[in-house]
Write a protein that binds this ligand. Structure first.
Ligand code: F6P
Length: 333
């Protein structure tokens, strides 16, 4: 074991849980131990940091949980941290009290902003992207996205079994917080009939037209994959109401299916475990090299890092829009 001037690094998981967060924590412990750094964790995100919910970590920590789908040390969404400067300053005090040299924040967009807030107060931070939404502009992949996609693919296949049998119409609603990545990738992978995203919203009549055309082509069933939170809005019906209306219009078995929190659980895929492991190792290496206030990212098949302020300011350049229109067009022909 190397001796690293008794450095102490801490880790928190923050925001919505994502498969692979546990892998991040375990990789952190192993890497720190191998570098002679003392690893520390705070349970339950920024809230746990504020409340000094320290977790004792040792080389044995989580050894039975290498494939755990939870956040292992807990995570939370913490509105107080965002809204209250005093709350954030208290977090800094807790870190100082424990003599922590740097903090790794594992989480999504909101957690990145939180990490930047701490950086502005003088804390040395590095962020690891972990969210099923894949909506962090500075990285092509987030930890948890691949597992979520695999879960959605399996669930949609299983739902399809039912709707093929009944020659029915399924309106399957997917989590993704406004980011169509999960919808787009899983619609392609499952050969869905239509992907309904912020780029391709349908009126009830639109759903009817697509369904009728698919049945006219001899399809046994119809599958709409719909990103969450698009309905109801601007006087539109809810998806449940649209399903009811479609059933009346077509005479076909029609249901609104919500995949829900299944998307956020499950054993992390091999890809997510590897991504988590590479990212954490690079984060710790960077801290040891005296580099901080960075966001770890995956770009052009490389795991690397960029300035955190720039990462937070980035706007997402999505390639989804053309994919959505090509997919829906091809499927309608
Ligand atoms: O941020 C991840 C996510 O899965 C989003 O896709 C979704 O909107 C949200 O979590 C749901 O979680 P909550 O009920 O906590 O908002």
């Amino acid at each position: 074991m190397k001796l690293n001037n008794k450095k102490k690094f801490a880790i928190i998981c923050s925001g919505g849980s994502a498969p692979g967060m546990a892998t991040c924590v375990i990789s952190f412990v192993k890497k720190c131990m191998s570098e002679g750094v003392t690893p520390i964790a705070f349970a339950n995100g920024f809230e746990g940091l504020h409340d000094n919910q320290i977790v004792t970590l040792s080389n044995n920590f989580g050894l039975n949980f290498l494939d755990d789908g939870s956040a292992l040390i807990g995570t939370s969404r913490c509105s107080k941290f965002r809204e209250d400067t005093k709350y954030r300053k208290h977090c800094v005090e807790v870190l100082k009290r424990h003599g922590i040299d740097a903090l790794i924040v594992v989480g999504g967009e909101g957690s990145y902003k939180g990490a930047l807030d701490l950086a502005k107060l003088g804390v040395k931070v590095i962020t690891i992207p972990a969210t099923i939404d894949n909506d962090i502009p500075s990285t092509s992949y987030t930890v948890g996205f691949d597992t979520c996609l695999n879960t959605v693919c399996r669930v949609v296949s299983e739902v399809n079994d039912v709707f093929v049998s009944h020659h029915g119409i399924a309106l399957i609603e997917l989590m993704g917080k406004g980011c169509p990545d999960v919808t787009v990738r899983s619609a392609i992978a499952n050969n869905a009939t239509y992907m309904v995203t912020k780029y391709s919203k349908l009126k009830p009549e639109g759903f009817l037209k697509v369904a009728k055309a698919a049945f006219a082509k001899g399809k046994p069933n119809v599958t709409f994959l719909v990103t969450e939170k698009l309905y109801p809005s601007e006087g539109d019906k809810s998806l449940k109401a649209i399903a009811k209306w479609l059933e009346k219009e077509t005479g076909c078995f029609t249901r609104h299916v919500v995949v829900g929190y299944i998307q956020r659980g499950g054993r992390p895929s091999a890809r997510d475990r590897l991504l988590a492991n590479y990212m954490v190792n690079i984060a710790v290496d960077q801290l040891l090299d005296g580099k901080y206030n960075k966001a770890i990212c995956r770009k052009a098949r490389k795991t690397t890092s960029m300035d955190l302020t720039k990462a937070v300011a980035m706007k997402r350049k999505s390639g989804n829009r053309p994919l959505v229109s090509i997919f829906n067009k091809i499927n309608q022909e």
